[in-house]
Write a protein that binds this ligand. Sequence first.
Ligand SMILES: *[C@@H]1O[C@H](CO)[C@@H](O)[C@H](O)[C@H]1NC(C)=O
Length: 134
Amino acid sequence: MSPLNLLLLALALVAVPRARGACPTSAELKNADGTRVCAKLYDKSDPYYENCCGGAELAVEPGADLPYLPSNWSNTASSLVVGQRCELTVWSIRGKKGKTRKFSTGAYPRLEEYRLGIFGTWSNSISALYCRCY
Ligand SMILES: *[C@@H]1O[C@H](CO)[C@@H](O)[C@H](O)[C@H]1NC(C)=O
């Protein structure tokens, strides 16, 4: 590896934790009473990572199986965070139809960075979900 590549790699490693912005980390993902949350969905993302995970939020309990999200959350989530040792599976069409994707533990501040088919992204495209922890 050239010195320039090593420098770029070092910069990338330093930059990653900051990329989570205002989203909580997986470890911070708990209810106010301390009980475990499997995932949280947020209706607002932003070009600036520090402003992501804003607006209304939907806390998803471990084991939650929602083939039909509440209607005002259908095609609405733009940021999400998945808790430690949890995994969130999402579908693009209500009733667990259409395309599907798994999000493992971590923060996903900008769902528009995750492609859905050729033209779409996962921002405003989650209509059903299943969340499990182990
Ligand atoms: C959907 O409605 C519920 C109940 O009124 C509210 O708490 C929640 O914030 C709403 N979701 C969005 C994305 O606005």
